[in-house]
Write a protein that binds this ligand. Structure first.
Ligand code: ING
Length: 311
């Protein structure tokens, strides 16, 4: 029995600082319609897909950035996307900035939701690995203030039943950490989907700038193979408000092979007919967790945050 799931990676080009959410949503609906025409049942959009990547600017007061967040989901701006998904019978992953009030306190997260073919939200994820810094660092060509504008995700790495399989979500920097893939795979995840905004210039280590594309695919190909998962990674790409963002959105098979990749820096849909049962080639053999893993030997992974060198 093969469970075929045609997945679309809907890459977005730059979103201008002045661009409306309605404009970004219209661009995403155009990609959703193209995906439906190609037989997709699931479409993955980028991280923070409704607005420009606002953590590149410093604001002293958080109230000055509140306009970049969504207080409800769906809302007036995104309802058309949910409606199109329902009309077309195509589910989607959407990354956005979430502002929520819990027990009277305001919280801000870098969030992604998974919406099924009926337009229902079946999963939510809040970014765990927040890169960058908290305070203004004027020496940088641009800021990367995710640690200022978002709290660490408090939902863990959840897996969700949907699309005839087990789906996992991540966001951008998460894809660089092996723990992300493993915690999802330990819940049986067969697909890990994620959006990213990755500047080509990494101010702390500029000598790695030419390696951004290599490191992007290296992490995800390894994660896909070592956990027997399809990985669908979708960029916000191109020259956005003075910052060159990596494109190369891709779909990676459980073998680690890149089976589809974007060739532009703009709005572009790539698709692949993913056979969810191909995950078994890996999960039941070379990375058969129940047969081969030795958790007793891995205790250090959760026992400490930083390294503990030998005495
Ligand atoms: N962006 C980047 C990412 O992890 C970054 C941050 C860029 C880290 C370049 C290292 C090198 O892809 C987000 N949004 O996490």
């Amino acid at each position: 029995m093969t469970r075929m799931l045609t997945i679309g990676a809907a890459q977005l080009g730059p979103i201008a600082r002045t661009e409306s959410r309605a404009s970004a949503v219209a661009r995403m609906i155009a990609l959703l319609e193209k995906a439906a025409a190609r037989g997709c049942r699931l479409v993955v959009f980028p991280e923070l897909a409704l607005t420009t990547f606002f953590p590149r600017w410093y604001e002293a007061e958080l109230s000055a950035v509140d306009g970049w967040y969504e207080a409800e989901m769906p809302n007036a701006d995104t309802q058309p996307l949910f409606d199109a998904a329902k009309r077309l019978g195509v589910g989607f992953y959407l990354g956005y900035a979430e502002l929520t009030v819990e027990d009277g306190a305001t919280h801000r997260y870098n969030t992604a939701i998974l919406v099924d073919e009926t337009g229902a939200i079946i999963g939510k994820y809040r970014k765990v690995h927040l890169p960058g810094h908290r305070e203004d660092e004027p020496w940088r060509a641009f800021q990367h203030l995710e640690k200022r504008y978002f709290e660490t995700g408090n939902l863990g790495f959840g897996a969700f039943k949907g699309f005839d399989g087990v789906m996992g979500m991540a966001l951008c920097n998460d894809r660089r950490w092996p723990e992300t893939y493993r915690v999802l795979a330990l819940q049986g995840a067969e697909v890990m989907m994620l959006g990213y905004n990755t500047p080509m210039h990494y101010p702390p280590v500029p000598q790695h700038d030419h390696l951004q594309g290599f490191h992007n695919h290296l992490c995800m190909q390894a994660g896909a193979y070592q956990n027997g998962m399809w990985v669908v990674a979708v960029a916000k790409a191109g020259y956005e408000e003075g910052c060159e963002l990596l494109g190369q959105s891709c779909i990676i098979a459980p073998t680690g092979e890149i089976v589809a990749m974007a060739g532009s820096q703009g709005d572009e849909l790539i698709t692949y007919d993913c056979d969810l049962d191909r995950t078994k080639e890996i999960k039941e053999h070379i990375f058969n967790f129940a047969l081969h893993r030795e958790p007793e030997a891995y205790r250090l992974i959760t026992a400490t945050k930083g390294p503990i060198p030998p005495a």
